[in-house]
Design a protein around this ligand. Structure first.
Ligand SMILES: [Zn+2]
Length: 304
């Protein structure tokens, strides 16, 4: 029988592979199926928030659903995690308490859209507040700093010189990533996972673009977003392509319209001149006219 530490290490490795293959948001089904170790299936989560696979002695993962507002739970670079029920000694709470005392690394699954989770690991329980019925969690530098590809920090975190500093940094980074992932999941969902310009429908080739950029104070909300394929996102950001706010028409920069080149330029850009973009039917999800106007002005300024 594999030990708890072996199962945990295998789970981290498996997650790293999944993230490498599918990006840093994973589907419920794959996580529920998990992987095989020593002839036994190891799921990564379950219906319950605190999850302990049969092969583990202590919980392996904690999970928040997309409905939990994570903003409210982040205080001083630590995340609050509510107890299971109201009994501090419920076996799941007791398990997490042991994970805290024994410094056992966990996976934190954040719901960013229905059935879709961003895993963060290794995450540690750093405090316990029985009176408030909650634990406090911090992320560790590992998956985060490297865009989710690999776990590099040691499982115990002993190699980290300034541990509390790196944890603060990692937790802040995690929050930023959560915002981004939440934004892109919501935008892609609103646009039915298709580019609003060319209708390409491959999730791995799509981005959620900000209409008013992040750097200019654009909020990470659906009305400030557009689902765009990689080429149209890059064209939008480079000022090669703009969107006329009132008529929602695609406009290609005049000098690019006159160029002569291969099929990508012709079909992918020039022929889209004047085409109407597809926007969600729900009023609350459509692009905000003010955001479009602001972006349009900067497109025009750059194009002239
Ligand atoms: Zn496109």
């Amino acid at each position: 029988m594999p030990t708890d530490a072996e199962v945990r290490a295998a789970a981290f490795l498996w997650l790293g592979q999944q993230v490498g293959r599918h990006g840093d948001v994973l589907g419920w089904k794959a996580l529920l199926r998990g992987f095989e170790l020593g002839g036994e299936r190891v799921p990564l989560l379950s219906q319950q928030g605190i999850f302990k696979p049969r092969l583990c002695e202590l919980p392996l993962s904690i999970r928040t659903s997309v409905r939990s507002p994570y903003d409210d739970t982040l205080v001083d670079d630590r995340l609050a995690y509510a107890y299971m029920g109201r009994d501090p000694d419920h076996w799941q709470n007791a398990g997490l308490r042991r994970a805290w005392l024994e410094r056992v690394p966990l996976v934190y699954f954040f719901g960013v859209a229905p059935g879709r989770y961003m895993p963060v690991w290794p995450a540690y329980i750093v405090d316990d507040e029985p009176d408030e019925l909650r634990f406090w969690v911090q992320a560790e530098v590992g998956t985060l700093a490297l865009g989710g590809a690999q776990v590099t920090a040691s499982l115990q975190g002993e190699d980290l010189v300034e541990e509390s500093f790196t944890r603060q940094y990692a937790t802040r980074l995690m929050r930023q990533r959560l915002h981004q992932r939440g934004f892109s999941e919501r935008v892609l969902e609103a646009y039915r996972v298709r580019c609003c310009i060319c209708r390409l429908g491959h999730r791995e080739l799509l981005d959620a673009a900000h209409i008013v950029p992040d750097a200019d104070g654009g909020a990470p909300v659906v009305p400030n977003g557009l689902a765009l394929c990689k080429i149209h996102h890059a064209s939008f950001d480079a000022g090669v392509l703009g969107i006329e706010p009132e008529r929602l028409r695609v406009r290609i920069r005049p000098d690019v319209l006159e160029e002569i080149d291969g099929p990508m330029l012709r079909h992918g850009l020039q022929e889209l001149e004047g085409e109407r973009i597809w926007v969600p039917r729900a009023a609350g999800k459509r692009p905000d006219p003010e955001c479009l106007e602001k972006r349009w002005q900067s497109f025009r300024a750059r194009a002239s």
